[in-house]
Design a protein around this ligand. Structure first.
Ligand code: NAD
Length: 366
């Protein structure tokens, strides 16, 4: 049996976590041979509810669940974690504008970035789900000067999966028969679900659907799917968000299928002409615990307009939180180079590569 890995989850008593934690404990995220330690984090008022969740986890008697610890602060909760799932966030309250929501969440995520920097495993992989996910990921990453920006991602896999599911129903196939959908940009209604590279049974998807259905129904429906679910269910998507977190982390850590493209919100390195320094959803492939942007996909005029719209929204969001982005991390976020850290697991007892190992250095190419 392998040694257990530490997975920290914020918002652990919330709706997404109630679907997520049981999947992780069952081995769906890190593999059926990987024991896990869950470090569950909540705000002080939700600690009692969190205890209830922990009891239920215990009652499932999962063979892979090594330990559960409960924390009412991130500094303790992130201690030595190998993976950090930042799910918790303040929801939009009555009369709150999008800008107000961004400002309160910005403070939460800057504290979390600092705590990851100071207390997490040096090889930590971070996935931000709490909204606005892309900009929260940017704030967390910019506040973690000793970690590499490539250790941070945000969740756009839910949009990817939604697009896959909808295309599958339209074509009368299952999601397994569909490959290479791309979600570009922000996890917001400006995102661009792109089917120009997608295939259904290995054949181009665009040849099997109407362009008008694609442009006038499919794109707006994927973009608005979150609201459609709230209107129908009276609650926001939770089970599908949890599945998307599992899928994104599983691909990032254990790799994508050969040749398959998935979508991940990552720091832009300028690929496809997208401005550097924002978290943008790109087509990626993963291997050995690292992701790589798929280059060379054709971007036609229609797609370019959509990419620009979502890029502009992200630049505007960045402007709102600028005061929480320390200057010292500006350069590392605009001059990216390959990070060698990912894929290395360190343990609190000091086993694993030493800090001096070449595999632990940032901003170097071997
Ligand atoms: N990126 C995506 O695809 C996607 C999809 C769905 C939902 N979301 C977002 O995920 C977030 C969580 O959704 P949910 O349905 O679980 O919400 P929820 O309100 O049910 O749960 C959120 C939990 O986070 C906790 N929390 C708040 N601030 C915290 C902090 N500073 N530290 C630790 N915990 C904190 C709350 O106490 C609450 O228990 C929301 O921001 C939602 O908008 C993102």
């Amino acid at each position: 049996m392998r040694r257990p890995v530490r997975i920290a989850v914020t918002g652990a008593a919330g709706a997404i976590s109630y679907n997520l934690l049981f999947k992780i404990a069952a081995g769906e995220m890190m593999g059926k041979d990987q024991p896990v330690i869950l470090q569950l984090i909540e705000i002080p008022d939700a600690m009692n509810a969190l205890r209830g969740v922990a009891m239920e986890l215990e009652d499932c008697a999962y063979p892979l669940l090594h330990t559960i610890t409960l924390h009412d602060n991130v500094e303790e909760g992130f201690s030595n974690c190998h993976y950090a799932l930042l799910v918790g966030a303040r929801p939009r309250g009555p009369g709150m504008e999008r800008r107000d929501l961004m400002e309160v969440n910005a403070e939460i995520f800057s504290r979390q970035g600092k705590a990851l920097n100071d207390f997490a495993n040096r090889d930590v992989k971070v996935l931000v789900t709490g909204n606005p996910a892309n900009t929260n990921a940017l704030i967390a990453s910019r506040n973690a000067p000793d970690l590499s920006p490539s250790q941070f991602t945000c969740l756009t896999r839910l949009d990817h999966n939604r697009a896959k599911g909808m295309l599958a129903s339209q074509c009368g196939v299952t999601a397994r028969d569909i490959k290479n959908i791309v979600i570009w940009g922000n996890h917001s209604p400006t995102q661009y679900p792109d089917l120009h590279h997608a295939t259904v049974f290995g054949q181009p998807a665009m040849g099997q659907i109407d362009t008008s259905w694609y442009r006038d129904e499919f794109i707006p429906r994927v973009q608005q799917r979150g609201s459609e679910i709230i209107n129908a269910r009276g609650l926001s998507s939770a089970a599908s968000a949890a599945q998307a977190i599992v899928d994104q982390m599983n691909n990032w850590c254990l790799g994508t299928e050969p040749g398959e493209i998935v979508s991940m919100g990552i720091l832009s390195d300028g690929s496809y002409g997208i401005q550097k320094g924002i978290f943008f959803s790109f087509p990626v492939r993963c291997n050995y615990g690292r992701y790589q942007i798929v280059q060379g996909l054709d971007v036609g005029e229609f797609s370019r307009q959509k990419l620009t719209a979502t890029e502009l929204e992200l630049l505007e969001e960045k402007g709102v939180v600028e005061s929480l982005l320390p200057e010292e991390t500006e350069e590392s976020h605009t001059n990216l180079s390959i990070c060698l850290k990912s894929g290395v697991t360190l343990y609190a007892d000091g086993t694993g590569p030493s800090q001096e190992s070449k595999f632990m250095s940032n901003n170097r190419v071997l």
